[in-house]
Design a protein around this ligand. Structure first.
Ligand SMILES: [Zn+2]
Length: 436
């Protein structure tokens, strides 16, 4: 009998390993934050002596979800400006509100609210892009979640940084402060080719290689963005990123709704990661990433919610279902993006985009114990012909009961263990009451 910290026994374990194995009546065995075994429960009871043994019969265990693109603090702007196209939404509503409201307190309040939503929805890892990323990192550490915070660069002054030099200086200081943190990493986060001038993107290309950190950027979100850029620069945004040497497995290109076949082949050849944000793209009528073609070409495609201001939730299970439906609709092919593929996009492929697929994203021996339990007792969850199908097409985030990151429990049978949900909601309501 081997001693271990934790054993969770459930009806089935969805591993998302390379064979997409699903193990029935199985247990995940955890020690020192890592998965040490996944095996049938009767065998587990013979081989292991866990300090804590949780029985979750009628539950599915699966890897925690990876939200590969979001702006957590924008949860406070949920519902602020709806039913508008991207440019007036951004320039007439969101950016002016940010000019008035941005502060450490704003980011802390919005991010803490968003992280409560994330944990309750089974998300264990987020890739964030926003102002005051050091405050985002603090909130992430408080929550116990895994994540990547963006070293934001954008061509206008904000309450966080008055010019490009300060954006770089503060971002790089954050990178230094987080060095060695087991759960929180950094990405360079230039907002978009149209909002960050070329010389700053050149600098990012150099720094990202030196520091070995990914570059997380919005690219080709709308047709108008691309045509305006061609008018002003004489080149498509993606072609400029290629000129700068930014097309690589370290690039996390978000949205990508406007792509021709040459560009899709170039992205695949360079190993660029694409983050598909279907609900934000649909709500802003931005377009839709050609996910079916990207997958056929061999691209890594992950899923993101974008911020709650354009979604209006950050529920990755809901996003996953939308991603599947939309991919099939635009391809006019129901076989595009089958359920097991979609599950990978929301887990291991998100981890791959962040460069941490050796650590998280699937349930395999040696990986961090980042996993969730979902209750299948509800009538809408039965009967189960295929676990993957059920998870993608029929499971709501309210079915998530338990969440662990690096073996630490963040939600225990529906109760958050690290933060006071009611206090965080009260803070968000108080912020709204002072908003003008
Ligand atoms: Zn975004």
């Amino acid at each position: 009998m081997n001693a271990c910290d934790l054993m969770v026994s459930a009806g089935s374990v969805v591993t998302v390993n390379s064979d997409n194995d699903v193990v029935e009546n199985a247990s995940v065995v955890v020690d020192k934050g890592r998965i040490v075994d996944i095996l049938p429960t009767p065998q587990g009871l013979q081989e292991y002596r866990p300090a804590r043994h949780l029985q979750r019969p009628g539950h599915i265990l699966m890897p925690g979800l990876v939200n590969a693109h979001t702006h957590l603090a924008m949860n406070l702007f949920r519902g602020l400006a709806d039913d508008l196209p991207l440019q007036p939404w951004l320039t007439e509503h969101i950016w002016p509100a940010e000019q008035r409201e941005l502060s450490t307190d704003f980011v802390r309040t919005g991010t803490r609210l968003a992280l409560v939503e994330c944990v309750r929805a089974g998300v264990t890892c987020v890739n964030d892009m926003y102002f005051f990323p050091e405050t985002t990192a603090e909130a992430l550490i408080e929550s116990g979640m895994r994540g990547s915070v963006g070293m934001l660069v954008i061509d206008f002054p904000s309450a966080w940084a008055k010019d490009a030099a300060m954006y770089f200086q503060k971002g790089l200081a954050l990178h230094d402060n987080l060095r060695g943190n087991p759960l929180i990493g950094t990405c360079f986060a230039p907002h978009a080719p149209y909002s960050v001038q070329r010389e700053h993107l050149e600098k990012i290309a150099i720094h990202s290689t030196e520091l070995d950190v990914p570059v997380h950027i919005h690219v080709h979100e709308t047709a108008k963005e691309v045509s305006d850029f061609v008018s002003s620069h004489g080149i498509r945004p993606l072609a400029m990123l290629a000129d700068l040497g930014l097309l690589s497995p370290s690039l996390i290109a978000v949205h990508m709704t406007q792509l021709n076949m040459d560009e899709i082949e170039t992205l695949a050849a360079h190993g660029v990661n694409i983050v598909h944000c279907p609900e934000s793209n649909m709500k802003l009528a931005s377009g839709a990433a050609p996910v079916g073609k990207l997958l056929v070409a061999g691209c890594n495609v992950a899923i993101g919610t974008d911020g709650a201001a354009s979604n209006n939730d950050i529920d990755l299970l809901g996003e996953l279902r939308t991603a599947g439906f939309l991919a099939k609709l635009i391809a006019e092919d129901a076989t595009v993006c089958p359920a097991p593929e979609l599950l990978r996009m929301a887990t291991i492929d998100g981890a791959k985009a962040l460069g941490i697929d050796d650590v998280t994203g699937s349930l395999e021996t040696g990986k961090s114990a980042d996993f969730i339990a979902l209750d299948t007792a509800a009538p809408e969850m039965q009967p189960i012909h295929s676990v993957a199908s059920q998870l993608v097409y029929a499971t709501a985030s309210r079915q998530v009961t338990d969440v662990w990151v690096a073996g630490k429990c963040l939600m225990d049978s529906g109760t958050l263990t690290q933060v006071d949900k009611d206090e965080i909601i009260a803070d968000a309501v108080a912020w709204k009451n002072s908003f003008n």
